[in-house]
Design a protein. Structure first.
Length: 267
């Protein structure tokens, strides 16, 4: 029995050995994906780049990855050590290298390029797209991303366990007003979709976040203004908590419809 468990553990950690969240991320993504919908199939060769949030692993987007592949998309879900003390721009440079390598494999016929980022992963994507050498993005979808910082990073930032669990690098940059945000500039993409979680009232789930929230990020914190994008913008709130945004069937369908038609349709 121990031998079997060791083999399973090794298989889970092949691509994410550095991340302690792997077992949890794997288990919550075990749910089967919905049957492939012909109406949501990719209409052109498209590479979708996924980026998970802080303290998570690429397995946290595994259910979304499987759904994308089932609908004809190529997927890059690299993972990054989000709590190792580096900053968001460092992770953006790492992501840029991975994307460049994948596009180089495509040769003279590069696919359409789309990005989906959960939580801080969306900021890593924004930082990558702000680089002068960034490729053009056809679409970007943000899932619960704190676009201008998170009040909870201020409320919890001085507690002893915050740095222990999330590191002293990117976690500190999530505070509103940090030096991370101003240089990001507008999101440069053909179409930008924003999905945010909400409780549906004026108080939300967390007392440390003003207004409604998903338990980690406020509704106001997750939304973008027209001035903050260079392209079409669509936004939608879902009655889903922060972590579920990454793997819930409703948000997955919204991502699929946005990549296909530019709509955040949850069915």
């Amino acid at each position: 029995m121990l031998g079997v468990l060791a083999v399973v553990w090794g298989a889970l950690c092949v691509r994410d050995l550095r991340f302690g969240s792997v077992p949890v991320d794997f288990v919550v993504n075990l749910a089967p994906i919905a049957e492939s919908d012909p109406a949501l199939q990719a209409t052109a060769p498209t590479l979708v780049v996924l980026e998970h949030g802080i303290g998570r692993s690429s397995w946290s987007l595994w259910r979304l990855e499987r759904a994308l592949r089932a609908h004809g998309y190529d997927v890059l879900n690299p993972g990054y050590a989000s709590t190792d003390g580096r900053g968001v721009r460092d992770y953006a440079a790492e992501l840029a290298t991975a994307v460049e390598a994948r596009l180089r494999e495509a040769g003279e016929h590069p696919p359409r390029l789309a990005f989906v980022g959960h939580s801080m992963g969306g900021l890593v994507i924004r930082a990558m797209l702000a680089r002068p050498d960034a490729p053009r993005a056809d679409a970007v979808v943000f899932l619960g991303t704190p676009q201008r910082g998170a009040a909870q990073a201020v409320a919890l930032g001085d507690r002893w366990y915050y740095g222990l669990l999330l590191g002293a690098g990117a976690a500190r940059e999530l505070r509103p007003g940090s030096s991370l945000f101003a240089p990001l500039g507008p999101v440069r993409a053909g179409a930008v979709g924003v999905l945010f979680g909400q409780r549906g009232d004026t108080e939300g789930f967390s007392p440390s976040i003003p207004g409604d929230d998903d338990g980690r990020v406020g509704v106001a914190e997750a939304q973008l203004t027209v001035a903050e994008v260079q392209g079409r913008l669509a936004q939608r709130g879902l009655a889903i908590g922060h972590f579920r945004l990454a793997h819930d069937a409703t948000s997955i369908r919204a991502v699929l419809t946005f990549l296909r038609d530019g709509r955040l349709d949850t069915g």
